[in-house]
Design a binder for this molecule. Structure first.
Ligand code: FES
Length: 563
């Protein structure tokens, strides 16, 4: 007998299947659908619209366009709500909640009768959460992103969230602009619906989703307000119906080889460090390891091709007009696994055999004349980070790469807030700023706080960058010589917890090394406070089960292939 489809999938347990289906159809009739519509295959649409997620403001319009495509292709579209994660509205962090959204997405896909699902994501953690959940749910899935914002203008200058937010805030801290001006700029940084306008985490994950094959080709970079975004939504609805018919599961699209392609592309776009965590977590859902040594191997042989902020000059709307993801994939072709299939069933080889169209070489360089010869990210290992750390070298100052320095330690984010601008702080431009207790196991939930502010007295003296090291993350829109994701983190007792102000630290990007130059016996003697376990709720679940950064901060019980 064929597997049940449409409303007959996954019946509610009453001990009588016929009754369960009769009851379900009766209630579905109350929505006003005809029997013919209720007999169609069902495409679920994960609705992540939320008053707390400005990046998803146009989700209702996208849902209507997806529905058009689904109905035209002969299926029944049924939207359903899931958690939405609006990066800047969440406490403590969106990463802390990513796994909750992944669980919600997985369970709602599995629990409800859908033959395929359209995942509408966009803001930073929503895209990886949906991919993780969909892989584990095992139902055919296709992703649609909300798309990036357009840029705004301030005094003749073009601005986009949120690399420019940081740039102007740094100038405000340095006393170069006053409060009235920073308040004026606030009105011009995020001027349309959509995700951050630069190659931040949201854009990086959209590009990665397209590279993994989870999205229609050519749709990752379409601006949120562009009519093409609605056409992409309609086409996504149609493609979802095809997926329901051919039953291509996410685990047949996202594979070891497509993850390797995504890693190549991440490096070539100078993408967000957050994507390393998300790719590790996505790999983990398939039961695959994601060794950081592979990142280094790929990084050495993958050029940076696109000139976008925060590593370059341009914005996502320029990237879209310049040729988008397809143009990057074409340049990387010799480095990619061309047999990988997208949700359309098309191989990467077939996609890249099509006409390339116009490519603006000011934005997307050729592999022969790249922006940088080596990839944007590098992993570091050593006595300070036995399980690795990440540096976005494309957004860092190479003059700071081969250095030994004195540690100036902050024990927490609260400690940073208390002391960083204290005129009495003992700090010099050559020191290394160290932040502890901001990793996945900390109460802070691994915030995007690794890009510590330059101490006010140094900023006012013209210091623009310093080596900063932490177990925290950094926003994909940020920049600087910032070593992140130190693992194991301080809250779980890693060596980072034992560093004291005055210790010497050695960084060598060339050798991929990060060491604390303290006698190991002395380091072992230094006490570390035990972690505090929350009493109840999601906080307790999170702290009992969260993995370290090198495993993508997923929960231990969510890894592995689906049973
Ligand atoms: Fe939503 Fe940047 S805050 S994408």
């Amino acid at each position: 007998m064929a597997d049940p489809s449409g409303l007959a999938r996954g019946l509610t347990q009453y001990g009588d299947r016929d009754y369960a289906l009769y009851l379900r159809r009766s209630y579905a009739r109350s929505m006003g659908y005809s029997p013919a519509m209720l007999a169609r295959p069902i495409v679920g649409i994960a609705d992540t619209g939320s008053g707390f997620n400005s990046c998803h403001r146009l989700v209702p319009e996208l849902i209507e366009a997806v529905k058009r495509g689904v109905i035209a292709a002969g299926a029944l579209p049924l939207p359903f709500p899931t958690i939405s994660l609006g990066e800047v509205y969440l406490n403590p962090t969106s990463l802390y909640l990513r796994n909750l959204m992944a669980m919600d997405t997985e369970e709602m896909i599995r629990a409800q009768p859908m033959d395929a699902v359209v995942l509408i994501g966009g803001c930073d953690k929503t895209v990886p959460a949906q991919i993780m959940g969909a892989i584990s749910a095992g139902v055919p899935a296709i992703q649609l992103v909300t798309g990036p914002m357009m840029t705004g203008r301030y005094g003749g200058e073009r601005l986009g969230a949120c690399t420019d937010c940081r740039r102007f805030w740094a100038r405000f801290r340095a006393g170069e602009i006053d409060r009235a001006e920073i308040e004026g700029i606030e009105n011009t940084l995020a001027v349309t619906a959509g995700t951050c306008a630069v190659m931040g985490t949201a854009s990086t994950m959209a590009v990665i989703s397209e590279t993994l094959g989870m999205m229609l080709p050519g749709t990752a970079a379409i601006p949120a307000v562009h009519a093409d975004r609605l056409r992409a939504a309609e086409a996504t609805g149609t493609a979802a119906v095809d997926l329901a018919r051919c039953k291509l599961a996410p685990a047949q699209v996202v594979t070891k080889r497509s993850i390797e392609n995504a890693l190549r592309v991440l490096l070539a776009i100078g993408g967000s460090t957050n994507a390393v965590l998300h790719l590790a977590a996505i790999a983990g859902r398939l039961g695959l390891e994601f060794p950081l040594e592979r990142l280094n191997r790929f990084s050495d042989a993958t050029p940076v091709l696109i000139d976008l902020k925060p590593t370059g000059e341009h914005y996502m709307e320029d990237f879209f007009a310049a040729g988008g993801v397809g143009a990057v994939l074409r340049e990387l072709k010799p480095l990619l696994h061309l047999d990988c299939r997208a949700v359309t069933g098309e191989t990467l080889a077939a996609r890249l055999a099509e006409d390339a169209g116009f490519v603006d070489r000011r934005i997307i360089r050729t592999a022969g004349a790249p922006l940088q010869q080596q990839g944007g990210l590098v992993a570091l290992f050593g006595s300070l980070a036995p399980r690795g750390a990440i540096l976005k070298r494309a957004a860092a100052d190479p003059n700071l790469f081969e250095r030994e320095g004195r540690a100036v330690v902050f024990s927490s984010l609260e400690d940073v807030a208390r002391r960083i601008d204290d005129p009495a702080l003992d700090v010099a431009p050559d020191d290394f700023l160290i932040l502890q207790n901001a990793g996945p196991a900390s109460a802070a939930g691994m915030p995007e706080a690794g890009s510590l502010p330059i101490p006010a007295k140094l900023a006012r003296a013209g210091v623009k960058d310093m080596v900063r090291i932490s177990d925290a993350r950094m926003s994909g829109t940020a920049y600087g010589t910032v070593v992140l994701h130190v693992a194991p983190d301080a809250a779980s007792g890693g060596p980072l917890a034992k560093v004291r102000s005055g210790d010497r630290i050695r960084l060598s990007v060339k050798e991929r090394k990060l060491d604390v130059l303290v006698d190991p016996a002395e380091l072992a003697r230094r006490p570390v406070p035990p972690p505090v376990m929350p009493a109840r709720g999601y906080a307790r679940l999170y702290h009992q089960h969260v993995l370290q950064a090198d495993q993508g901060c997923d929960f231990d019980f969510l890894r592995g292939a689906r049973a």
